[in-house]
Design a binder for this molecule. Structure first.
Ligand code: SGN
Ligand code: CA
Length: 536
């Protein structure tokens, strides 16, 4: 009897110790930026590597695993984020273009992590509209947010916070880590930067970066879309024809905002962002750009020389914004170390899609071409990811939710459409891994005029179909033509390849149950396409 009593007491004690024991599951720090193309990250070895744009992100890659073939499923902000939240393609989560509002009542990975015992928080750009659900704490930018002294929406209301947006968002996250964390629970913290989104306004401390010499240019800066189907000649995202020195590059924004008339074409992006500055910030900004603008006017550049000048100012400001994001990652990791959390925290760096940094003569994203299809994805999971490893499986933003749940040991719901990347993070190579990815972009007509299209990308080939804009196909061999300059569709000897890819594409649409309306009614578009002979 005495023995039975003793073992009962022991059992009660061990149960109590299990219940009060610290949950040892890993924390997740997900640092996510806006429009940061992999080729603007040193570790991705793109053409901007020589200027060493991202020492902290590179350090993360050296300590963990970098995914070389990481793609989005719809290259635009809100939709990419909705895919990440749900692990479902746009047609399933309902957020197909930026004009939509995210249905927060649906299943998301933060809600599931919360249920499984994680403390969750999100700071920065959400771009999903509405009050975030599934977070113990949050503070988000309204819409696109502002670069200087941004308004922030907190659970108890909206207020202006002083500072550069990247620093403000980092401060919120660092504060939460230091003061609001529930130490008995693992956490999942999302830090989502506005930078380096248009209108590319760096922090004052970064204005002088890259001033000493010109950046290298992309090889396709003067692409004239000779071999593309008509959509590529219809877009409105060329540095040459569409990037406005005033609107995008702050030329002539040295005028006084109070009283002095501002040129009409100066729109909300640059102007509204600049109006947020304090007089001291404005003074420093003008001191930097004023003399450079004067020199620009004196030079009276035309043609290719003007494109080159615009590219330099644009790409430098873009990389200066990237520098802020890179420093933020450094600060966040230093905070983890300071709090002794670094050994048990999985740190991930990613961005909502890729971007054109003058590639094909463009800025912006949206297309299924490589530069905007690719997303950075770097994971440092202490004790799991092999330092300096590079994975080459085809992965997508569709896989993130499943991966985060798997890291937490939580169940992955059957209706999520991606795959957990945990086996890849462990260095495994699952035999049945996907051999192609599916893409579908819907936002047309809209900013930058990229027609709707969907497509498939395999290890080697890409096939895309543009619809509601005639009925146009493009096909590329990425092995022989990585810059996608020779459209093989309809060319001699390629019919069998096209038919095979088309078959795989239809199978993917069936698999993902994409029943969105892809009818091909042509629009009145012929007149809006530059002739093939146009260009330089
Ligand atoms: C804004 C930008 C566009 C950009 C969209 C979508 N113009 O409209 O250049 O394509 O956002 O970007 S701006 O003048 O307001 O900067 S997204 O990343 O949010 O999808
Ligand atoms: Ca974006």
């Amino acid at each position: 009897m005495k023995n039975r009593l003793l073992s009962l007491v022991a059992a009660i004690f061990s149960l109590a110790s299990v219940l009060t024991a610290k949950d040892q599951r890993p924390n997740i720090l997900f640092v996510f930026s806006d429009d940061h193309a992999p080729h603007a990250i040193g570790a991705y070895n793109g053409w901007l590597k020589s200027v060493n744009p991202t020492p902290e992100i590179d350090r993360l890659a050296r300590g963990g695993m970098l995914f070389e073939k990481s793609f989005c499923s719809n290259s635009i902000c809100g939709p990419s984020r909705a895919v990440i939240m749900t692990g479902k393609h746009s047609h399933k989560n309902g957020f197909m273009n930026n004009g939509n509002s995210f249905n927060w009542n649906q299943q998301t990975f933060p809600k599931l992590l919360q249920k499984s015992g994680y403390q969750t928080a999100i700071y920065g750009k959400s771009h999903l509209k509405g009050r975030p659900q599934g977070f113990d704490d949050w503070a988000v930018l309204p819409g696109q947010g502002m670069y200087y002294n941004p308004d922030i929406i907190f659970p108890d209301g909206r207020r202006k916070v002083d500072g550069h947006c990247t620093d403000v968002v980092t401060d919120l996250a660092v504060d939460w880590l230091k003061k609001s964390r529930n130490k008995s629970k693992p956490f999942m913290l999302m830090v989502q930067h506005k930078a380096p989104h248009r209108c590319w306004m760096p922090a004052l401390r970064h204005l002088k970066l890259y001033n000493d010499k010109p950046l290298p240019e992309p090889e396709t800066l003067f692409d004239n879309y000779q071999d593309n189907a008509p959509p590529a000649r219809h877009q409105e995202m060329e540095i040459d024809r569409h990037m406005d020195p005033n609107y995008d590059l702050f030329v002539d924004l040295t005028a006084d905002f109070d009283g002095t008339p501002i040129q009409q074409r100066q729109d909300r992006s640059a102007r509204n962002n600049m109006k947020r500055m304090t007089p001291a910030q404005m003074k420093a900004w003008r001191a930097h750009y004023g003399p450079r603008d004067e020199a620009f006017h004196k030079a009276n550049l035309k043609g290719k020389a003007l494109v080159r000048w615009k590219f330099q100012r644009y790409a430098k400001n873009y990389l200066r914004c990237v520098k802020g994001v890179d420093e933020s990652l450094g600060r966040l990791r230093a905070t983890l170390k300071e709090l002794d959390l670094d050994d048990n925290t999985v740190v991930i760096y990613s961005s909502d899609q890729g971007f054109y940094i003058g590639d094909h003569g463009w800025y912006d994203k949206r297309w299924m071409y490589e530069e905007s299809l690719k997303m950075p994805f770097i994971v440092n999971w202490p004790g799991v990811t092999k330092p300096g490893s590079r994975d080459t499986h085809l992965i997508q933003n569709l896989d993130y939710a499943e991966t985060f749940l798997d890291i937490a040991g939580a169940k992955i719901p059957a209706d999520m459409q991606g795959h957990s990347l945990v086996p890849l993070l462990k260095g495994q190579s699952p035999k049945d891994w996907r051999t192609s990815i599916y893409y579908h972009y819907y936002e047309y007509p809209s900013f930058h005029m990229v027609p709707r299209h969907y497509g498939i990308r395999t290890e080697r080939y890409k096939l895309m179909h543009f619809y509601r804009f005639g009925n146009e196909w493009e096909m590329y061999d990425l092995k022989t033509d990585p810059d996608e300059l020779q459209n093989l569709y309809g060319k001699k000897g390629t019919a069998k390849l096209a038919a095979d890819l088309k078959k795989q594409l239809r199978a993917l649409q069936k698999h993902y149950e994409d029943d969105s309306d892809i009818s091909e009614q042509p629009m009145e578009w012929q007149n809006k396409v530059r002739p093939k002979t146009a260009g330089q």
